[in-house]
Design a protein around this ligand. Structure first.
Ligand SMILES: [Zn+2]
Ligand SMILES: [Zn+2]
Ligand SMILES: [Zn+2]
Length: 100
């Protein structure tokens, strides 16, 4: 279980992606406490919206610690996907085929 591929690590958690709609359009924890967030992350397993690691609350990461949902992407984005377990960006493309 230690095979390293060139550059991008292989994420074995992609089967947890369910492409849910976002549950909210802001970080509910921050809204409740009146904090401001820097950026928002959406959980790809349940649609929870939390703030990023540049925000003091780090509620997206807190959600991972609570639920073990490892994969997030920018809210409304899909430009990249981050896996908290692998601690790395992951390629969501099936099988990560190289583009011609
Ligand atoms: Zn992973
Ligand atoms: Zn927050
Ligand atoms: Zn979740």
């Amino acid at each position: 279980m230690s095979s390293q591929t060139r550059g991008m690590p292989t994420c074995s958690h992609l089967d947890q992606i369910r492409n849910p709609p976002p549950l909210s359009n802001g970080c509910e924890e921050c809204l409740r406490t009146g904090q401001r967030w820097v950026a928002l992350r959406e959980c790809l397993t349940c649609g929870h919206v939390g703030c990023c690691d540049s925000t003091p609350g780090r509620h997206a990461r807190a959600h991972f610690h609570e639920t073990k949902h490892p994969l997030i992407e920018p809210l409304g984005g899909g430009k990249w996907t981050w896996c908290y377990i692998d601690d790395a960006y992951v390629d969501r493309a099936e099988g990560a085929q190289p583009q011609p």
